[in-house]
Every structure is written in structure tokens, then in C-alpha cells.
Design a protein around this ligand. Sequence first.
Ligand SMILES: CC(C)(COP(=O)(O)OP(=O)(O)OC[C@H]1O[C@@H](n2cnc3c(N)ncnc32)[C@H](O)[C@@H]1OP(=O)(O)O)[C@@H](O)C(=O)NCCC(=O)NCCSC(=O)CCCCCCCCCCCCCCC(=O)O
Ligand SMILES: Cc1cc2nc3c(=O)[nH]c(=O)nc-3n(C[C@H](O)[C@H](O)[C@H](O)COP(=O)(O)OP(=O)(O)OC[C@H]3O[C@@H](n4cnc5c(N)ncnc54)[C@H](O)[C@@H]3O)c2cc1C
Length: 627
Amino acid sequence: MEGVDHLADERKKAEFNVEAMKIVWAGSQHNLEVSNRISKLVADDPAFRKDDRTMLPRKELFKNTLRKAAYAWKRINELRLSEEEASKLRFYVDETAYTDLHWGMFIPAIKGQGTDEQQRKWLPLAYKMQIIGCYAQTELGHGSNVQGLETTATFDPHTDEFVIHSPTLTSSKWWPGGLGKVSTHAVTYARLIIDGKDHGVHGFIVQLRSLEDHRPLPGITVGDIGMKFGNGAYNTMDNGVLRFDHVRIPRNQMLMKVSQVTREGKYKQSDVPRQLVYGTMVYVRQRIVADASCYLSRAVCIATRYSAVRRQFGSQNGGPETQVIDYKTQQSRLFPLLASAYAFRFVGEWLEWLYTDVMQRLQANDFSTLPEAHACTAGLKSLTTSVTADGIEECRKLCGGHGYLCTSGLPELFAVYVPACTYEGDNIVLLLQVARFLMKTVSQIGTGKQPVGTIAYMGRIEHLMQCRCNVQRGFAELSADLVEAAVAHCQLIVVSKFIEKLQQDIPGEGVKQQLEALCGIYYLSLLHKHQGDFLATSYLTPKQSALANDQLRALYSKVRPNAIALVDAFNYSDHFLSSILGRYDGNVYPKLYEAAWKDPLNESVVPDGYHEYVRPLLKQQLHTARL
Ligand SMILES: CC(C)(COP(=O)(O)OP(=O)(O)OC[C@H]1O[C@@H](n2cnc3c(N)ncnc32)[C@H](O)[C@@H]1OP(=O)(O)O)[C@@H](O)C(=O)NCCC(=O)NCCSC(=O)CCCCCCCCCCCCCCC(=O)O
Ligand SMILES: Cc1cc2nc3c(=O)[nH]c(=O)nc-3n(C[C@H](O)[C@H](O)[C@H](O)COP(=O)(O)OP(=O)(O)OC[C@H]3O[C@@H](n4cnc5c(N)ncnc54)[C@H](O)[C@@H]3O)c2cc1C
């Protein structure tokens, strides 16, 4: 029934202050206030309707995305929203669009790799959206291997220009979001060639389309790469293809904070690590970790609320059937994901601090923590996106058949999220970077260089280094094992940051106790999953392993009465969740039934095609003899 909270009894069971937990989840009272205000602004505005997305044909879907982005920009300016509020508004609009790459990569690339003069020229245009940018690095033939990119930028000293060119089919830029139909400019990554010498990959600002009529400029071939996985989902984004045919740009459009080309064509590499050219990717990877906790918590919220609503089997003497959330199997699948959502939230807060700290150090030419920042952003991006993608799919399965309906919100959430395991760095390639970092640390042990920060624990394996085995040999052979070691290293970071969070002052009755239970579920479920390794290495005895499993089940029972309140603390509106199974009021069945009849297929009782294709079958005269 409308207006009835079908989850009221569940909410009464909570043993902690939900409003206080909302502040923990939001990060601060201020963040919660901004989130509440902007989330409501979006939810209350019919212009931001999104329940029709999975039913629109691509061109209509895309035009609708352009409309929403333009309307959002209009509202941002009308309401004079701050950058923070504007970003929140685009977050709650919840629709992948070219703006993600304009604000999330094009502007950060110029801020991170442009000189002060270049920033003064380009950022005001970008902030006012008088130009729209994308990040054009990946090519048809290379994505992971950035040093393998083929696009060239050849310096012409006669005209003081770079000639940007796509020498091969595989050098075509391929995938950049916003490129296909919208961006007027790109930060493009190309091989810098001066006087025949290849200086490697650098970033260049290239205008792609006219600001007058939006047509591609001379020498530019650009378009969309076509439909992607799932209906709606990432098809609101114009991932593009781009080829250059000897396109000329002024020398001052090479991003020159990290390295420079003088008027005379002299290449100057500042005394900074060349990998700073990868800085935008590092920035986005740390953003993606925070995003993972958002996506995972959305799926967990839906699955948890529905698991409390859904009853199946277990009726005694005609009484109500059992809530599926009470089954230990449901809890063993759902509660580790609930714990992971919180864990990723906290490690994402720490990673944002680490990134900010590294950026401040770079200002002082202190590059000492750059390798750790790379390893942490790469590894945690890989870990959190893999767990989140698998977790959204598990949440779909936790909802049984109804999880497969678009109105559950889960299919589209999965479809829009899974590329996160690939973009901004394929997850295995990134874990190999972590493995390389770990092996380099091992090789330095015993040389007097003590590991610090997230690898401090490795100082304790010095005894293993007596053999002084050559860590370089066999890296490729053992890479699959090293990737597992990299995952374990990242899991240790997640667990340690969760524990550090618990050591902070956390206000609110019962809040800390709930987080302690979730932290226990996080590490004990990991220990359960990998108990073979712990037993094989004698880090655990069988008895200890059994005790850990008993404790894990006990924690499930501790969390069970608080589960609904723990997902309420995510503070998601029904509009943002866009899920009938995840409705705040739990009024699932009537709304599922109501929604079914709204499907276009039910506009007519007799379907299109009946008379051409079904009736003839039913009415066919059997010309063959009956068998
Ligand atoms: C790292 C690579 C795999 C290999 O690079 P190299 O070959 O150059 O290096 P080596 O492996 O040889 O290592 C040499 C050395 O360098 C160190 N290293 C490597 N990388 C780094 C780094 N980044 N920083 C520091 N150090 C680094 C390495 O450790 C070695 O050190 P030692 O010698 O000491 O051992 C590289 O090829 C690579 O990174 N490949 C991956 C490519 C990639 O990630 N591509 C991404 C393209 S962009 C993309 O995919 C965009 C997708 C975006 C989708 C949308 C996401 C949006 C989400 C958030 C933003 C939303 C914002 C909205 C805002 C709003 O609306 O307001
Ligand atoms: C939705 C989406 C949006 C994107 N947006 C952008 C964008 O805006 N801008 C942009 O520039 N790019 C973008 N990309 C491209 C993305 O960054 C690349 O696809 C990504 O970096 C992976 O590179 P790849 O496609 O070359 O994968 P590959 O490297 O070809 O991966 C294929 C397989 O090879 C394996 N592999 C590769 N190298 C190794 C190795 N050394 N050792 C072991 N295994 C290896 C991988 O693990 C994987 O299993 C986007 C991609 C997607 C899907």
C-alpha cells in the first residue's frame, strides 16, 4: 500500500544511530548536507527522469543525454552552484556523458601537465564550457601499452608547429569518451618527433571541431565507435574514433610542464620523472576507487532491502514464510559485500589523502612517494572495481528472478559499471605494476633501504632475502602468482585503512560497534576465502581457521538486525537508486506489477506481428499427412 513502510519493523531493530552513520558514510556533516540538498534537487526535477533509458533507441537516448547535460549546466549556473555542488549534481543525474571526461580528465590533464601560461589560456574556456574536451590516448592498436602509441607529433621548426598525424590504421584514436560526437578539443597523446628523433609519448591540445558549426576541422576524421554492452548503460556516452591527417597545431599546444620543446626545436626534459605524463590516469584511478564504494553500495542497498522484503519457504502452520535475508547462505553472500562497500569508502578517503599529499610533494620536487602512489592507485583501482563489478552481479543473483528485470536497477548498474575493470587501466596490467613495485621493494631489502608506508611490512621478510634470488628472473613466468600477491597486498591496505578508521573518534550511539562488526566481516570473509593459503603456509592452524569461520557466522548474526539501517545510511533517494526492489518503503510487489503494464509491449493486447507471423501458424492447414 502507498505510504506504508514495509520495512518499518526492520528499521526498528537498528542498534545504532543511523543519522550519525550517514555522516560517517558522507565523510562529514557538510558533505551530507550538500548531498541531501543536491540529491533532492535532482530527484524532484522531472527533467532528470531516467527510468526510460533502457527503452530508448540509441540516437534518442544520446540526444536525451545531451539535453540533460545542457539542462544540468543551466541549473548549475542559475543556482550559482559551486564546483563541488556542480559535480554532485552531475553525480546524482547518474548518466555517463561527455561531461565525465571534460571535467574528469580534460581539465585535470591541463591542470596536471600544462604550464601556468597554458592553464591561464585553456582552463577558463573549459570551466565555462566554451570548449568541450576529451582525453584521447588509447588507439585501436594500443591501450594498455602507452609507450606503444603510434600517433605522431612532428615538430616543424619552419612554422613553429607540431604536425599531428595517424600513420597507420592502428594509430586511430579509439575509445575516448566524449570524442565521438561532442568534444571540440582533445588532450591527445602522441609520439614527439624532433628532427627524426622519437622522444616518446607526450600530451597535446588539439582542436577537433569548429566552434561555429561543430564540423570536424580539416584533416580530422571523427565519429562514434558504435553500440556497447547493454541497453542504455554506457551508450549515453559517445566513445569515439579519431584520425589525424597532418593536422598542424602551434608549438605552445604541447603540454609542457613535464618537458618542453624550444622555438629552436630543442627538447628539454625537466628533472622530473617522465611518468608524470601519466598523472591524469593516477588522478582518475583514485577517483574510481571512491566511485567503487558508491556503485557497490547502490547494489547492496537494493539487494539488502529486497532480501528483507522477499519471503520464501519456511512457513510454520500457515504463518509467514522466512525472509530470505535470514538464510545464512544469503547472509554469507550479501554481508561481505555490505562490509566491502564500507571498506572501499574508507580506503577511498585515505587514497584521496595520499594523492593530495603526493601532489603537494611534487610541488616541492619531492618525488619520493610517487612510486607508492602509483602502486596504490593502480592496485586499489584494480581491486575495488573487480570486487564491485562481481558484487553487482552477485546482488542481481541475490534478488532471484526479479533481479533480472530492468526495473530492479541492477542490470543497467552492472552494464554501466563493468568497463571500470578495463578503462583507466586493465585490471591485470595494473596489478602487474603493483607486482613490479613489490618485487623492486624485495630486491632492495638488505641494501639498507627499509620499506616504509604501505610496504613497511615487507621489511620483515629480510630473512627470505638471504638467498639473494634474482627477482628479475621469472617475473613473466610467475606473473599469475605475482598478481595474486599484488591483490593480497592491496587487500592488506584496505583492511589496515578500515582498522585505522576505527581508531578515529567516531560519534553516534552504536556506530563504531557496527563498523567494527563490518570490519570483522571484511577480513574474516577474506581469510575464509583464502584459508588454503593461510593453512598451506602455516600462518593458521586448522583450529584457528575453524574459529575464524565461527566468528564470521557470529558477526553475520550481529549485523542481521542492523542490515536495513546500514544501507539506509548510504542515504540514497529512490530516484537515484532507480530500483523497485530497492525502494525505501519496500513496497515491491504492487510497484513491480504496476511497472510491467507500462512497458511499450503492453500498449496493445495483441502484439504487432501477430497477424503476419503468429496467426498463420495457428491457422495453418496441415498439408502433410498426419503422422
Ligand atoms: C604503467 C603502464 C602499464 C606501463 O607504462 P610504461 O611502459 O611507461 O612503464 P613501465 O611499466 O616500463 O614502468 C617504468 C617505471 O615507471 C613506473 N610507472 C609507471 N606508471 C607510473 C605512474 N602512473 N606514476 C608513477 N610511476 C609510474 C613504474 O612503476 C616503473 O617504475 P620502476 O622502474 O621504478 O619499476 C602504462 O602503459 C599504463 O598506465 N597503461 C594503462 C593505460 C591506461 O590506464 N589508459 C587509460 C586511458 S584513459 C581512460 O581509460 C579513461 C576512462 C574514463 C572513464 C570514465 C571514468 C570517470 C570516473 C571519475 C571521473 C568523473 C569525474 C566527473 C567530475 C564531474 O562531473 O564534475
Ligand atoms: C567504456 C570505456 C571507456 C574508455 N574511455 C577512454 C577514454 O576516455 N580515453 C582513452 O584514452 N581510453 C579510454 N578507454 C580505453 C581504455 O583505457 C583501454 O581499453 C584500457 O586501458 C585497456 O587497454 P586495451 O584495450 O589495450 O586492453 P589490452 O591491453 O589489449 O588487454 C587485453 C588483454 O591483454 C592483457 N594484457 C595486456 N598487456 C599485458 C601484459 N603486459 N601482461 C599480461 N597481460 C596483458 C590484459 O590483461 C587483457 O586481458 C575506454 C575504454 C572503455 C571500455
